[in-house]
Design a protein around this ligand. Structure first.
Ligand SMILES: [Zn+2]
Length: 463
C-alpha cells in the first residue's frame, strides 16, 4: 500500500478540514466556562467539530462530558490509542503575527495559524490516517481510537477526566511532539524551600524574581539598605564578569538593584541565565548578617553555576533521559523570609524516595525546609519494546531518517497513557514554532505524517 500516495490524493480534504478546525478559536476561557462547556465555548466547539467528523464516517463516537471524546474504528479486545488535542494557547499580541492567527492562510507551502503544529495539524493528519486505513478496507484486530482532548494546554484536565471514565489503551502514541519519537520523559517535581528564620532587622528589604516555576527568571529585583563602599562599581564589575545586564538606583536611603538574565524553559535551565541566582550571588558580598544574608547565601550555594543540585545531593544521570535538573523559577524574600520554588526534572530511573530521604536529612542542617508540593512520575517505554520498534521502522521507511529516539525533560501528552510514546510530528531540525507568533505547519510534512500514521495504525492494529 502506498500510503503517501493515498494521503496526497486527499490533500484538499485534509487542508479543508484542518482550516475549518483552525478557524475555531479554541482557547480556554475559565470565565465563560459552564457545566456544559467546562473549558469555555471555543474548546467545546473544536471537540464537537472533531466528533462530528467521526459521525460522518460512521465510526463510533463518544463525548465524555464535553471535556474529551473519541472516534473509534476496528474490532478486537485490545485498543490502540492515538491521543491528540484541539485546544490552543492564546494568539498573544496579534500585531506580532504576519498572518491572522485564526484563519489558516497558506503561503509557500506553509499553513499559518495558532494550533497549526500544536496540535490541530497533527490531529488532522492522524484523522486522515484513520480514514485511509478504513477506506483501504484493511481488517483490524484491535480497536483504534482517536482520543481528542480539549484542555491539554492548561493542565490535562480533559484526559484526566477521560481516563477516569474510559478504558486505558493497550498501546498508544501522541502526535503532539517530535519525530522520530520520544520514549523517555523525566519526572517533574515541584519543590518549595522555605526559610526557617524570619527576618528581623534586615539590610535586605525584598527580593523578587520569576513569573512561573516553569521558566528561568529573566529579571530579579532586590531592595536593600544603602551599603557602605562603592557598590556601584562592584555591581558593574560583577555584571561584566557574568556577562549580564542590570541597573542600580538609589531611592532615598535604599538601593534598588535589578539584574537581567535570559529566560528559558525549566526543562532546559542551562539554556537560560537565571537572574535570581545572579543577583543573589552578587548580594552575598553586600549582606553579611541576618536572614537576608542567609537567603542569598543559600540560593548561591545551591544554584550558582550548577543546574543539577549537587550541593544538596539532587544530582543524578541516566543514559535514557540524561541529567536531573533544577530550575529555581520563583525566588522571593519578604517579611516571612525567603521562599524558593523549584521545578525539578528528574531522570527516568531517579531513586526519588531514597534521594529525598537523604536530602531531608541534610536539610536539618540548613536554614531552609524542603517540601515536595507536586510530583508527576517519569514516563518510559523501553527502546527495544515492540511499540517503539514498530513506530520507528515505519518512520524510517517513509523518511529515510535514522535519528535516535528522544527523551525530554518536558511532559508530553503521551505520559497519560500507560504505554504510550510521543510520535511526531515535528521532524528533526525543524524549528519548533508551537505557542509562537506565525505558528505554521508545512503542508508536505502534514501529508507525510498522515502516511506515517496510517501505516503505523496498520502495523500496530492488524496482524
Ligand atoms: Zn500540544
Amino acid at each position: 500500500m502506498d500510503w503517501y500516495k493515498l494521503a496526497k490524493n486527499r490533500e484538499e480534504e485534509l487542508i479543508g478540514e484542518l482550516r475549518e478546525l483552525l478557524q475555531i478559536e479554541s482557547v480556554l476561557e475559565e470565565e465563560k466556562a459552564t457545566p456544559d462547556a467546562p473549558f469555555g465555548p471555543g474548546p467545546l466547539a473544536a471537540l464537537q467539530f472533531m466528533l462530528e467528523k467521526g459521525r460522518e464516517q460512521n465510526m463510533t463516537v463518544k463525548n465524555i462530558d464535553n471535556m474529551a471524546g473519541h472516534i473509534e474504528m476496528g474490532q478486537g479486545e485490545e485498543l490502540l490509542g492515538i491521543l491528540c488535542h484541539v485546544d490552543v494557547v492564546p494568539a498573544g499580541d496579534s500585531s506580532t503575527w504576519t498572518y491572522p492567527p485564526f484563519k489558516g492562510e497558506i503561503v509557500d507551502g506553509k499553513l499559518y495559524a495558532r494550533g497549526a503544529i500544536d496540535d490541530k495539524g497533527p490531529t488532522m493528519a492522524a484523522w486522515l490516517a484513520m480514514k485511509l486505513v478504513k477506506d483501504a478496507g484493511i481488517q483490524l484486530n484491535k480497536r483504534v481510537r482517536l482520543i481528542v482532548g480539549s484542555d491539554e494546554e492548561s493542565g490535562f484536565r480533559c484526559v484526566d477526566h477521560y481516563f477516569e471514565k474510559e478504558e486505558m489503551p493497550t498501546i498508544g502514541f501522541a502526535p503532539d511532539a517530535d519525530f522520530p519519537l520520544i520514549n523517555a520523559e523525566k519526572g517533574i517535581a515541584h519543590l518549595v524551600f522555605s526559610q526557617k528564620q524570619a527576618p528581623e532587622e534586615e539590610n535586605l528589604f525584598s527580593f523578587t524574581a520569576g513569573k512561573r516555576i516553569n521558566m528561568v527568571p529573566e529579571t530579579a529585583i532586590a531592595v536593600l539598605n544603602r551599603a557602605s563602599g562603592n557598590i556601584g562599581l562592584k555591581f558593574q564589575n560583577f555584571l561584566s564578569e557574568n556577562n549580564a545586564e542590570g541597573t542600580l538606583n538609589l531611592e532615598g536611603d535604599r538601593y534598588i538593584i535589578t539584574v537581567k538574565g535570559k529566560s528559558a524553559h525549566a526543562m532546559e535551565p542551562e539554556k537560560g541565565c537565571n537572574a535570581a541566582v545572579l543577583l543573589a550571588k552578587f548580594l552575598t558580598t553586600e549582606l553579611k548578617v541576618g536572614a537576608g544574608a542567609q537567603f542569598v547565601q543559600f540560593v548561591t550555594d545551591v544554584f550558582y553555576g550548577d543546574h543539577t543540585g549537587k550541593a544538596l545531593g539532587f544530582n543524578y544521570f541516566d543514559a535514557m533521559s540524561g541529567e536531573t535538573t533544577l530550575n529555581p523559577g520563583l525566588v522571593s524574600f519578604g517579611e516571612k523570609g525567603g521562599v524558593i520554588e523549584v521545578s525539578m526534572r528528574y531522570s527516568v530511573t531517579y531513586p526519588f524516595e531514597e534521594k529525598m530521604t537523604d536530602i531531608q536529612q541534610l536539610m536539618t542542617t540548613k536554614p531552609f525546609v524542603l517540601d515536595v508540593a507536586g510530583d508527576s512520575k517519569p514516563h518510559y517505554v523501553p527502546e527495544d519494546d515492540e511499540l517503539v520498534q514498530t513506530l520507528l521502522s515505519v518512520y524510517q521507511k517513509h523518511t529515510k531518517d535514522f535519528s535516535k529516539v528522544l527523551s525530554t525533560g518536558g511532559g508530553t501528552y503521551a505520559r497519560v497513557m500507560k504505554k504510550g510514546v510521543a510520535f511526531g510530528m515535528l521532524y528533526p531540525g525543524e524549528p519548533d514554532v508551537a505557542h509562537q507568533a506565525d505558528e505554521y505547519v508545512v503542508l508536505e510534512n502534514l501529508i507525510k505524517a498522515a502516511a506515517i500514521y496510517a501505516e503505523a495504525i496498520v502495523k500496530l492494529a492488524s496482524k
